[in-house]
Structures are given as C-alpha cells and as structure tokens.
Design a protein around this ligand. Structure first.
Ligand code: FES
Ligand code: FES
Length: 168
C-alpha cells in the first residue's frame, strides 16, 4: 500500500505493508533518530508529532496516518544549529546514553508549544510516559525548564519552529 504523508515539511509517498507501524516506516526509510525501545507503547522512545500532537510511533498503524503531518527529531535542529530544546538538553547535561532523548525532546517540544511556561509538576506529568534508564530525570526536568525560557527568548512559532528574524 502507498502512504502519503507530509514528513518534516515535505510531501512524501512511502510504500508500506499493512502490518507496519509508523516507526517501522520511519526507520526503514532512514529516519533513525526515532528510537525503538519496547515496541509496545510503554517507553516513549519512539515519540514523534502527528498533526502537532505527540504520538507513539511504534503503536501507530501506518494505515491510520495517510494524509497526516508527521514530525520527527530530524525536523528540529542540526548538529551545528540546535533547536532551543536540544540546546537546553545539552547545556544541562540531561543525557547519558542518549537513547531516550529524541522521544524526550519531541515530547518536551510539544509540551512547550502548548504550555510555554509549565510548572515542574506539569513537566513531570507530560514526560511521565517517557522513560529514561540513565539520568534519574532531574536534569531532564531542569533542561525542559531551561528550554521554556530559551523558546520564549528566541520567538518560537506555534508549531515549535523558530520565528524568522527573532533570536537570530
Ligand atoms: S518504542 Fe514506542 S513506546 Fe517504546
Ligand atoms: S539517557 Fe540513557 S535512557 Fe535516557
């Protein structure tokens, strides 16, 4: 079957098996920033955004995503030009092995677009489905609080991207 989606801002058509998940489709086509952990909807490592909402790609059948807009971690910054949420994770040393981090960042970005100034409790609730086996979570919470300030300073559009001309 063919699946038509807008992936990281570009309209694309992918071939897929009916039994594929969105995570299968992404990773098979080189979008390996989205990680496969449990593959059962329990760890958050595979978090992407579908039509602006955070979603677990491992339990999303491809048949249900036709016509949607998908954003993966590859849609954010680059190695030389990080997104503010990515910068905050690096500067707060909020990662160790890094395996959970793409999902954490995608979930955090969605939170901050919806709620630019979340309380610590709101951050913990938002990230409650994203597990991390390394950091103990404290630095991740610090990073999200820091990212909230950075996104405010840099002028972040409603879709989580940077507003041109601001923060440049
Ligand atoms: S790999 Fe999707 S929730 Fe764990
Ligand atoms: S940094 Fe290793 S799982 Fe989170």
């Amino acid at each position: 079957m063919d699946i038509d989606i807008t992936l990281n801002g570009t309209e694309r058509t992918f071939e897929a098996q009916r039994s594929d998940s969105l995570l299968d489709l992404l990773r098979r086509n080189g979008y390996t920033g989205t990680k496969r952990g449990c593959d059962t909807g329990n760890c958050g490592f595979c978090t992407v955004a579908i039509d602006g909402e955070p979603a677990l790609s491992c339990v999303k059948p491809v048949a249900t995503i036709d016509g949607t807009e998908i954003e993966t971690i590859e849609s954010l910054g680059t190695q030389d030009d990080l997104h503010p949420v990515q910068e905050a994770f690096v500067d707060n040393a909020a990662l160790q092995c890094g395996f959970c981090i793409p999902g954490m960042i995608m979930r955090s970005r969605s939170l901050l677009v919806e709620n630019p100034d979340p309380t610590e409790k709101e951050i913990r609730e938002a990230l409650s489905g994203n597990l991390c086996r390394c950091t103990g979570y404290e630095k991740i919470i610090d990073a999200v609080q820091d990212a909230a300030g950075r996104m405010g300073e840099e002028g972040v559009a409603a879709d989580g991207g940077l507003v041109r001309g601001e923060g440049e």
